[in-house]
Design a protein. Structure first.
Length: 620
């Protein structure tokens, strides 16, 4: 533990705080052109942000402790009013020194004015808050929402304030229907949810993988002693035309080429017999019949395949024979171990799991398409690659214009599965490509009349913000809210410059995309990075949306994990919390709303120690 510094004399503290003030004003002066380029109503926020950047270039921790030791403000809450906070400390130090108060130019905003600007900008972007809580709740809509007006109504009643439509999935017809249903909810105008579309951006994902075949694994349920709790149920349609709906918990297949036709009567001893993919004899006993729909119970595991022959028997007597039809295709996947090779393909063709020789070594390595074309021109040998939200790590060993040859460095001991449409991150690579793609422009055109907010994905520089604003202006939607998604290292490193550029837009916010950001910066840096983003946005008086995996387990299973509850409580730090889709999303929204209500009843920002910020600088 470091020693507590001895308090400095008030004169030395006065000089130290005066130097911080001088540095803040000098930094403002050096970037006066950026301030002048902004609308007048944004200039106070820009000045305050510049002051904050200047102050956070210094290590404030010794000064903070010494100020606190003599009963003065420790500068732990200066984000919204940097110069006013410094002036207040200087006034108190002048009193201690017995000096007359210095005449200083008025700061861009006082303590109250800074908070008011943040609240004003939050309301402008996200609508007024609910009476019971300040933090808004955003929910990502599932595809089914386009046909589920009742479900959207339930989400609104549970506490959803913004509906998020992810343009990386589905199509314009589905998105438009979602937006119409959201805007058509029978809530008051103040409570009617907003619609945010997230542009897909230059996403980097795995492409299609060759399917594993049409295979079905029937699995009975066992207790800890291996005793059957419930058999696996298989419904078999033996009639003509479309089959009826299978009862819940049952798998429905068709009996292809049944010969002879199904007998009018079947004895209770009837069995469905197959030889499964492991050459093991398996049978299911008949437990019910409704016309041509037969239901069989299997008490032993069976691996079935499309076209597999079966027999209907009564003891040793064969009554009919056919083939199993209608087994769903099993999506392709790769199973990767540490040390395995993996080839990323530039060409858009289905990937495969590779082939191994008799010695277990790959004769043909696993391959998968990478959707980001720039990866094949911008990456270098030795750089890291992370797949599937950081679950699988690799390093580039060799590269050509059309392939990246990887070696797996991080995977689960039993092997990690990689499927299609999973994210690929290149944290060591600097990309020079625009955030807006042609697809994004088309999607923006299709949704221009339906959106309230538009989120810019994978931005990297101020130029990306300018391009989005130009696209909105061309579609007469300058009034639309803009949300900047900070989800890669370049956006994080350029955050001050991005914010100063984006302040020109009247309705603006920032989303901390914690999933991609964790992979890009390293999981150990995520907590620190998200705090830095929160502080920087607070200094610019801009609302923050806290995103990715909040109550994710609860949305999927109905029950939250303990770490999730703590994480949900921390979202009180932001102006909006985002939940992802799931079968229990209504319960998750209601739970989060309750957590936020309770936290707001007694929450107060704590003093934080101010070491130098790595992103506290602007390019010349």
């Amino acid at each position: 533990m470091s020693a507590v510094p001895t308090p400095s004399p008030p004169r030395l503290l006065y000089d130290a705080v005066s130097e911080l003030r001088r540095a803040a004003l000098a930094y403002e002066q050096a970037h006066q052109d950026r301030i002048d380029a902004l609308p007048p109503q944004r200039r106070a926020s820009a000045r305050n942000l510049l002051h904050y950047i200047a102050v956070r270039q210094a290590d404030l921790r010794p000064l903070q402790t010494q100020l606190a030791q003599i009963g003065l403000s420790s500068l732990g809450m200066l984000e919204t009013h940097v110069l006013a906070a410094l002036d207040a400390v200087l006034d108190r130090l002048e009193d201690l020194l017995g000096h007359a108060r210095s005449q200083r130019a008025a700061p861009p905003c006082t303590f109250d004015e800074g908070l008011q600007l943040l609240q004003h900008n939050t309301t402008a972007l996200l609508n007024p808050p609910r009476p019971e809580r300040e933090v808004r709740i955003m929910v990502t809509l599932a595809t089914e929402a386009a046909q589920d007006a009742a479900g959207l109504r339930a989400l609104t009643e549970a506490g959803m304030d913004i509906a998020r439509i992810n343009c990386a999935h589905d199509d314009a017809a589905v998105w438009q229907r979602m937006a119409e249903l959201v805007h058509g909810t029978d809530a008051s105008p103040q409570r009617r949810p907003l619609v945010q579309i997230d542009l897909a951006g230059p996403k980097s994902r795995t492409g299609e993988l060759l399917p594993q075949g049409r295979i079905l694994h029937l699995r009975p349920r066992h207790d800890v002693r291996g005793q059957i709790i419930a058999p696996a149920l298989l419904a078999l349609w033996c009639g003509e035309g479309p089959p009826p709906q299978a009862p819940e918990g049952q798998i429905l297949l068709h009996a292809g080429a049944l010969h002879p036709p199904l007998p009018a009567q079947l004895p209770s001893s009837a069995r469905l017999q197959v030889t499964d993919l492991r050459s093991r004899a398996r049978q299911g006993r008949l437990i019910s019949r409704e016309g041509a729909l037969l239901v069989f119970a299997f008490e032993r595991s069976a691996y079935l395949a499309e076209g597999m022959p079966f027999k209907l028997t009564n003891g040793t007597t064969e009554m009919a024979a056919g083939t199993l039809q209608g087994i769903a295709e099993v999506p392709g996947e790769l199973r990767l171990f540490v040390g395995d090779p993996l080839v990323l393909l530039r060409e858009e063709r289905p990937g495969h799991a590779g082939q191994r020789g008799d010695d277990g070594a790959f004769t043909t390595p696993p391959q998968v398409h990478c959707t980001l074309d720039a990866a094949f021109t911008s990456t270098q040998v030795g750089q890291s690659v992370w797949l599937d939200d950081g679950r699988i790590g690799a390093v580039i060993e060799t590269r050509t214009d059309d392939t990246l040859q990887l070696r797996i460095t991080h995977a689960e001991p039993s092997g990690s599965r990689l499927k299609a449409e999973k994210g690929i991150n290149f944290p060591d690579t600097r990309f020079d490509l625009p955030a807006l793609t042609e697809k994004d422009r088309d999607d923006l055109a299709a949704m221009a009349r339906h959106l309230d907010l538009v989120a810019l994905s994978f931005l990297r520089s101020p130029q990306d913000v300018r391009q989005l604003r130009a696209e909105l202006s061309a579609r007469q939607r300058d009034d639309a809210g803009v949300v900047l998604k900070i989800e890669n290292r370049q956006a994080f490193d350029h955050l001050p410059a991005i914010l100063l550029e984006a302040l020109a837009h009247p309705r603006l916010g920032v989303m901390v995309a914690r999933g991609d950001l964790a992979v890009e910066l390293g999981f150990e840096r995520l907590s620190e990075a998200q705090e830095e983003i929160l502080w920087m946005c607070e200094a610019a008086h801009l609302p923050v949306i806290w995103a990715t995996q909040i109550l994710d387990t609860m949305a999927r299973s109905g029950l939250p994990s303990r770490p999730e509850v703590s994480d949900a409580a921390l979202s009180i730090r932001a102006e909006c919390a985002m939940l992802n889709k799931g079968p229990h999303i209504v319960e998750a929204v209601r739970f989060l709303s309750g957590v936020l209500e309770r936290m707001e009843g007694h929450y107060a920002k704590r003093m934080t120690l101010r070491r130098p910020l790595s992103i506290a600088e602007l390019p010349n």
